[in-house]
Unconditional design. Structure first.
Length: 241
């Protein structure tokens, strides 16, 4: 029989995003089970080529009135069961419900900078309304996977870049991965990095500056040269082996 319902079904789904998809934005397609307008009858609930007739008892209002003494009592029409329509036969596919369960797909345009567990509301993209009014809404929960290199803290992107001891003390350059590719970063002299220092507001690397004498600096520079020579020897040994 025809159902009385205000609006279509609201649907909740979840979508998994990579870290880069969440940061840069992307397009996704979701598929879910919900009510769809019956394709066999076009959502009319009756076989093709036939039309429901107006209920003669309630004249299409779906309600009947009965006088009881000085009072008038209103009740659902027993002839059409409140639909206001009378049909001789129902659609065999939807059995008069006007909708059937099926798979619906919706394309999503996800904007850059979304957060984990953020919920997107897509209006009128849920289940169909059997009464032919507005469809329900679609609620999409975004699940952002962790990245092995980057981490997000509020609106900032953090990354760890390892330095050798000589780079930290004498300064130098190191490659640092960014969202658009590696960049070369120059570190200052006399810098020691204390990683994973945490405050209530942000997690970052802290830099301590240390004054070296000229003799200490020369010793460290010689250490750096020796370190470089040893790296070259190891590389040559691997190449020849």
């Amino acid at each position: 029989m025809f159902r009385q319902k205000m609006g279509g079904e609201d649907v909740k789904v979840s979508v998994e995003l990579s870290f880069m998809e969440a940061v840069q934005g992307c397009n996704k397609t979701v598929a879910f089970q919900t009510d769809l307008l019956c394709s066999a009858c076009g959502g009319s609930g009756v076989p093709p080529g036939t039309r429901p007739e107006t209920c003669k008892r309630c004249k299409g209002s779906g309600m009947v009135f009965q006088q009881t003494g000085p009072f008038t009592v209103q009740s659902t029409c027993p002839q059409c069961r409140g639909s206001g329509k009378i049909v001789s036969s129902f659609c065999k596919t939807c059995k008069g419900n006007r909708v059937v369960r099926g798979t619906k797909t919706v394309k999503l345009d996800i904007m850059p900078g979304v957060d984990n567990d953020e919920i997107l509301k897509v209006y009128r993209s849920g289940g169909a309304d059997p009464e032919g009014n507005q469809a329900g809404d679609l609620y999409v929960t975004l699940k952002v996977r962790e990245d092995p290199v980057f981490r997000r803290e509020r609106s900032d992107i953090h990354v760890d870049a390892p330095l050798t001891i000589t780079q930290a003390i004498l300064g130098g350059t190191t490659q640092v991965p960014t969202l658009t590719g590696d960049v070369v970063v120059k570190t200052s002299k006399n810098t020691t990095i204390l990683p994973n220092q945490t405050s209530p507001y942000a997690r970052s690397s802290h830099f301590l500056y240390r004054n070296l004498t000229e003799k200490q600096r020369k010793l460290i520079e010689e250490f750096a040269k020796e370190e470089e020579r040893e790296d070259d020897k190891r590389a040559a040994a691997r190449a020849s082996g």
